[in-house]
Design a protein around this ligand. Structure first.
Ligand SMILES: Nc1ncnc2c1ncn2[C@@H]1O[C@H](COP(=O)(O)OP(=O)(O)OP(=O)(O)O)[C@@H](O)[C@H]1O
Ligand SMILES: [Mg+2]
Length: 290
């Protein structure tokens, strides 16, 4: 599948722009959307899910205009909204059967599919009690399961790992990486390490704009030779912060190890270059584009 998004703009009102002239082309595989609060991640996901209409721009899925023909994507779409709500009185079976009916998924295999999904998100043991009694992470997992009900070819997860414990994060990763070969999967997160372990490609967004998209090594390259570490006295940290863009600090016995962004010719004395990761590159790219 190919999803071509061109010059997408979403204006919520005269003062609020959710997305601005956003263009991106997606193929099968997992795309991670990284961006600070208000970057436009949910806005983009809602428009692809046809929950929201763009103010301007086009979306074509395998050549079909999905703004004009939303039905074309809806039947092959799985979507977990950021503010996913459940019916608290239904148990997991009832809830998934209800969503299946809404999506027009039925047939003989439905019960089996529901069980398979409940196993996939590790909710079989709790499937018969009301969802209202679930923990936050368990509710999130039922949300993940409902997105997969119709065997989707376009899967959109808005902040899917929120509330998941480390074990369930790993399970989620395995569940979706098995699907990525013949499915466009888009997921957003603030947790760079989650994106790092799952995504084939990363799109960095800020202020409704796409800053860059590429493979993880491509994104990391932006920050190469731009991130350094130095040990300084705790008392000099405020002055250091006013001069450099500090990414992280770690207290040592009587010193602070500071990780910061700088051009090579402007680094602080005794600094050493560090091996950069996706988080460094993300911070470098977003802080560079306020
Ligand atoms: N219904 C709405 N009405 C008005 N403005 C909105 C609406 N929804 C989003 N916005 C604005 O659009 C911009 C993008 O919001 P969006 O929810 O897409 O960001 P996000 O990247 O998903 O943020 P977060 O990480 O907090 O989920 C923000 O400035 C937000 O205030
Ligand atoms: Mg959001």
């Amino acid at each position: 599948m190919v999803l071509e998004i061109k010059n997408l703009t979403k204006k919520y009102n005269r003062h609020k722009t959710g997305l601005e002239d956003y263009s991106i082309t997606l193929e099968n595989g997992i795309l991670g959307l990284l961006g600070p609060n208000g970057a436009g991640k949910s806005t983009l996901m809602k428009i692809i899910s046809t929950i929201s209409k763009p103010t301007q721009g086009t979306l074509f899925l395998d050549g079909v205009d999905i703004v004009k023909s939303p039905g074309h994507i809806r039947k092959i779409l799985g979507y977990l909204p950021q503010d996913f709500g459940v019916y608290p009185n239904l148990n997991a079976y009832e809830f998934l059967s209800y969503i299946a009916a809404m999506k027009g998924v039925g047939g003989k295999g439905l019960n089996q599919r529901i069980e398979l999904l409940l196993e996939g998100v590790n909710l079989m043991a709790d499937a018969k009690r009301p969802i209202g009694t679930y923990s936050g992470g368990m509710k999130q997992r039922i949300g993940i399961a409902q997105a997969l009900l119709n065997d989707p070819k376009v899967l959109i997860f808005d902040e899917p790992t929120v509330g998941l414990d480390p074990e369930e994060r790993v399970r989620f990763r395995q569940l979706i990486s098995d699907l990525a070969d013949n499915c466009i999967i888009i997921l957003s997160s603030h947790i760079v390490s989650d994106i790092e372990t799952i995504a084939d490609e990363v799109a960095v967004m800020q202020g409704g704009k796409l800053i860059t998209k590429g493979s993880q090594p491509d994104i990391i390259k932006y920050a190469e030779n731009k991130v350094f570490e130095v040990l300084i006295a705790p008392a000099s940290l405020p002055a250091f912060k006013s001069k450099y863009r500090v990414i992280d600090t770690a207290r040592q016995i009587d010193q602070v190890r500071v990780r910061y962004i700088s051009d090579l010719n402007a680094i602080a004395p005794s600094s050493a270059p560090v091996k950069v990761g996706l988080e460094d590159a993300y911070l470098f790219l977003t802080q560079n584009n306020p």
